[in-house]
Each structure stands twice: as structure tokens, then as C-alpha cells.
Write a protein that binds this ligand. Structure first.
Ligand SMILES: [Zn+2]
Length: 325
């Protein structure tokens, strides 16, 4: 029988996942519901509270057994104050003190952490990053995020904002990301970037096969471009290769700056396999120090869409173990 349990809540734009873990980190409860973001702040918070109570019940324990709550939330957030500031995928949320609210509603201390940081910590504690003292997590899908582990601890920087791997600058000129940076990794190599470049070529009458695939399954996305390339559309393949080379530029910067033992890489773009990873690794090798490249293993992530909630549990457990919560 366990004395304490921990709740890890992954708050996403489309789903809420709550995992309950015992003192050893073993998952003993699991509830997944749609976010229904259209309900607004109060409605979504009610859903988080209910889902957490359900998961606790499923774990066969009572709410007072919850020692601490970790929340994986989309950035930007203020991790020090526990405030969700302005998430792009949760419309109407602005400076919501979610940690305090959950603490009051669920009667246990709560801590917020950025979702990609949570995923990175989860891979380090429970997934493909186990055993690596220094590792960097990269997730590449419609956006690009990351988390940095130094000496087995999540590195969060001066104000909790470190680890924004997607915003490493890889081109001095070019398009901008959603945050307005010119030429950052997310602007050059994300699924959104691939789809944007494909749309521009389609408007010029190119990428006929990509256009046809997207027409059957709108809106146009990077998976459509990849499928067209697999069906032989060379220009579609060139877009994937180009994104891969930019991704490799970012990986080289990570390798040179951190000399990590591992880069754990996940996200939907990795499903493109060698089409994106072969050019990425080639550029990463060419532009990093030989010894540092030899030191690093580039490994696919293991935890899938449970990583955020698992990482939130790890954040809460570490905080309690440090006597800080
Ligand atoms: Zn950016």
C-alpha cells in the first residue's frame, strides 16, 4: 500500500490526460477526456478537476492521498507563479493562475511546467533517455519543442523559459514562426513550415500530386507532402529533405552547445523516417565537433502521448523530494 500518490495532468488543446502514480512512479490510474476548449476557462478547469477525481478513484485511493499535482501545460507559462499566460491553443486563457486554482479545488500543492519540458523529463525518467546524465529532447511536429536535461535535472534557466529548441535560429533570413522570430527552427523545419512552403509551390502550379492528396483530406499538411514524395513527386521530397537539413542544423547547435550523451527525438515528423532523419543526421555530423558527434546517440522517443502527464508526475515528485513542495 502506498502512502502518497502523485497526479500528472496533461492539459492540451484537444485532450486532458490525467495519470496517477504511486511513490515509485508506477501508474495506477488513467483518465483521458476531450478538453472541450470552447467551454472556456471555468468549464475546462471543471473538467480537469473531474478527470483528476476520476483517475484517483480508478487508482483505488482517496483524494487526500494525493501528495502533489504536476501539470503539463502549453506555453507560454510562468512556472514560478504557476500561471498560464497566453496559450495559442486554449482560446480565452489569459494569465490563469492554474496552480493555485487546482491546489484549492483538489487540496494538494500543484506545480506547472511547460509541456515539452515535461515530455523531455519523462523520456529521461521513464523512456528512451533513461541512464543518460546529459540529454536533450526534441519534439518535431506542427511546432518544434524541446527540453534540456543537465546532470539528471531539467534545465529551466533564469525564469523557466529555457529549452525552446524550436526557436534556435538556423537561418539569418527567411519566414517567421508564430512567435515572430525570423529563421528559427520552427519557421524552417516544422510541419507547419513544410505545409507553408508546399502551399506556396502549389499556388505556382507545382506539386500537383501533393495538391491532389490534400484536396481529398484538407487542410494541406506535412503528411500530405510526405505521401506525395513517397509516390514519386520529387519536389515534395525536396521539401522534406530541406526541412531535414534545417533540423540537422539545429541538432548540430545542440551538440556543439551541450555535448549531450543523447538527443531523444519525437513528434509526428519522425514518422517520415530516413526521408527527414538522414539529411538531418548528415548535417548534424558535418557541423558539429567530431568528438561531440561521436559522444551523442540520436534516439527515437518512447513514451508517445503519455509523456506530458508522466513528466508532470516527475516534476511533482522531484519537487517534493527536494522539500520544495
Ligand atoms: Zn521561433
Amino acid at each position: 500500500m502506498t502512502d502518497h500518490i502523485y497526479a500528472g495532468i496533461d492539459l492540451g488543446g484537444t485532450k486532458i490526460l490525467v495519470l496517477i502514480a504511486d511513490d515509485n512512479g508506477k501508474v495506477i490510474g488513467d483518465t483521458r477526456i476531450p478538453t472541450e476548449a470552447a467551454l472556456g476557462v471555468d468549464g475546462v478547469i471543471n473538467r480537469i478537476v473531474e478527470a483528476t477525481k476520476d483517475a484517483v478513484q480508478e487508482a483505488g485511493v482517496e483524494l487526500p492521498a494525493v501528495r502533489a499535482i504536476g501539470v503539463s501545460a502549453p506555453g507560454p507559462i510562468d512556472t514560478v507563479k504557476g500561471i498560464i499566460t497566453d496559450p495559442p491553443n486554449l482560446h480565452g486563457w489569459h494569465n490563469v493562475p492554474l496552480a493555485r486554482i487546482l491546489q484549492e479545488r483538489l487540496d494538494a500543492p500543484a506545480i506547472l511546467e511547460n509541456d515539452a519540458n515535461c515530455q523531455g523529463l519523462a523520456e529521461h525518467e521513464y523512456g528512451a533517455g533513461r541512464g543518460f546524465r546529459h540529454m536533450v529532447f526534441v519534439t518535431a511536429s506542427t511546432g518544434i519543442g524541446g527540453g534540456i536535461i543537465i546532470d539528471n535535472e531539467l534545465y529551466v534557466g533564469a525564469s523557466g523559459a529555457a529549452g525552446e529548441i524550436g526557436h534556435l535560429v538556423v537561418a539569418s533570413e527567411g519566414p517567421t514562426c508564430g512567435a515572430g522570430h525570423i529563421g528559427c527552427l520552427e519557421a524552417m523545419a516544422s510541419g507547419t513550415a513544410i505545409a507553408r512552403d508546399a502551399a506556396a509551390l502549389i499556388a505556382q502550379g507545382q506539386l500537383v500530386r501533393t495538391a491532389r492528396i490534400a484536396e481529398h483530406n484538407p487542410p494541406l499538411d506535412a503528411a500530405d507532402v510526405f505521401r506525395a514524395s513517397q509516390e514519386g513527386e520529387t519536389e515534395a521530397g525536396a521539401l522534406i529533405t530541406r526541412a531535414g537539413r534545417y533540423l540537422g542544423t539545429g541538432l548540430a547547435s545542440i551538440i556543439n552547445a551541450f555535448n549531450p550523451q543523447a538527443i531523444i527525438i519525437g513528434g509526428g515528423l519522425i514518422n517520415m523516417g530516413d526521408a527527414i532523419m538522414a539529411p538531418a543526421i548528415e548535417v548534424a555530423r558535418d557541423r558539429s565537433f567530431g568528438q561531440s558527434f561521436n559522444d551523442v546517440q540520436i534516439i527515437e522517443s518512447e513514451l508517445g502521448d503519455r509523456a506530458g502527464a508522466l513528466g508532470a508526475i516527475a516534476v511533482a515528485r522531484k519537487k517534493v523530494a527536494a522539500g520544495a513542495m
